[in-house]
Design a protein around this ligand. Structure first.
Ligand SMILES: CC(C)(COP(=O)(O)OP(=O)(O)OC[C@H]1O[C@@H](n2cnc3c(N)ncnc32)[C@H](O)[C@@H]1OP(=O)(O)O)[C@@H](O)C(=O)NCCC(=O)NCCS
Length: 150
């Protein structure tokens, strides 16, 4: 975790109805504008059934987002370029892992962009199998086992 992790970042968890505007603004900037993912690929039906996390800066501006599907898939992790490397992605991931624990999942799974595997490894995820292409970007499956709480 970065030594410069800011304390003034707040994480909100909620439904798509509540967080749609802020989450989709960040995702559009990162995936569509920066990574050239087609908008119709970036948006899908899973948003409506996912728990979303959004990170806000000290002035209430959305800086990052991610989501947890009902089946334990984490996805759409994105932090605005100027806010990266400060621990915001880590805070979002921790919040989604905690949500997964609370939902009773025994395993979480994600499709990591291969350049970002180090980020997920730092949060307990392990790569499984060979890389594959998704939305024109190289990905690899990663999983993290969650121990039940006694
Ligand atoms: C991946 C992403 C969400 C990480 O968010 P972040 O706020 O920069 O993450 P953090 O600051 O919590 O952690 C960064 C750590 O991960 C490590 N890391 C490894 N690969 C990385 C990568 N490709 N991008 C960013 N960080 C990476 C960094 O070295 C850093 O480690 P350190 O804290 O020991 O220096 C962000 O870089 C992003 O939005 N990237 C573009 C979209 C994307 O690729 N999303 C992933 C889809 S699977």
């Amino acid at each position: 975790m970065s030594a410069s992790q800011p304390d003034n970042i707040s994480i909100r968890l909620g439904t798509w109805d509540r967080l749609r505007d802020d989450a989709s603004a960040v995702r559009h900037e990162v995936f569509v504008v920066e990574q050239n993912v087609p908008p119709e690929v970036e948006m899908d039906d899973d948003d409506a059934v996912s728990v979303h996390a959004v990170a806000y800066g000290e002035n209430g501006e959305p800086l990052g987002t991610g989501r947890l599907l009902p089946d334990g898939h984490i996805g759409r992790m994105a932090v605005l370029r100027h806010a990266r490397g400060l621990g915001i992605g880590g805070k979002l991931l921790d919040a989604l892992i905690e949500q997964g624990h609370g939902d009773g999942h025994r395993m979480l799974i994600l499709h990591a962009q291969t350049h970002a595997t180090g980020f997920y490894e730092a949060h307990g995820f392990v790569a499984q199998g060979e890389p594959f292409m998704e939305a024109g970007i190289s990905h690899v499956v990663m999983t993290r086992v969650l121990e039940p709480r006694g």
